[in-house]
Design a protein around this ligand. Sequence first.
Ligand code: ATP
Ligand code: MG
Length: 283
Amino acid sequence: MLRIALQSKGRLNEKSVELLREAGIGIEENSRRLLSRSSNFPVEVLYLRDDDIPQTVSCGIADIGIVGLNEVKERNHPVEVLQHLGFGRCRLSLAIPKYLEYTGLEFFQGRKIATSYPGILAEWFREKNIGCEIIEIAGSVEISPSIGLSDGIFDIVSSGGTLVQNGLKEVETVMESDAVLIGTCGLDEEKMQTVNVLMSRFRSVLCSRGKKYMLVNVPDEKIEEALKIIPSMKSPTLLPLADKGWSAIHAVVDEADVWDKAAELKKIGAEDILVLSMEKLII
Ligand code: ATP
Ligand code: MG
């Protein structure tokens, strides 16, 4: 039985549970206990604070876990990063009060920086040969310059709205982060087999996100042109229509491109464009 650690509540919880569910792994949701077992896959789920996930996986209490790469780097426990999962995207940046002129990295020499990520920041400044005083605080990092606790902050940024609200400007990005699947180093072969099944399902789920299935009827003489507009994954699916001289093309298209591609196809004489949701793309 493989044990996976997930964040019990917070920004990554919902998306982690959704990823498992879309990968066909049923877990009881309403009776959410600290530990719950899947009804249809040899896995049990351990719900934890995200701070504790790297250590729990590192020492083998959980075999794998889903957590932000930022936490993995900050906690610095030896674990294997097995797969990037693409959600929970954010960056860790340095920010200073917006009225101050930023003169480059030297600005931070001898300054006080407040953060909940002292490990990542200390290593970065060490690499850059800048000496500054790191003040570790657990939360509300963004208010520390205005209350005189620090000269700047190092914190998670996604849209940047919180920085602006607090009169700060982002001046350096130190790292990019997303949720990652981590594993205990040196998992045995049996567990690794289950992990591989899981990772391959995750890959399929992630691959089908943001994709649509498009069906379009085109005159035969326009097939080549149409295939330039909607290139297929391997070889195009082409089906002759009952109407002579016409064929149907089936293709998987990025959702973001659907409207542009449909307009281009119509321009070359395509008709009856159908766009369908894509449940799974098993790769
Ligand atoms: P816990 O109670 O489990 O310790 P937390 O309060 O430390 O949770 P959350 O705020 O739930 O953490 O964030 C979890 C992770 O989500 C972060 O470590 C980061 O990887 C990611 N994340 C993505 N965008 C943001 C954001 N805008 N703010 C904070 N975290 C973000
Ligand atoms: Mg936390």
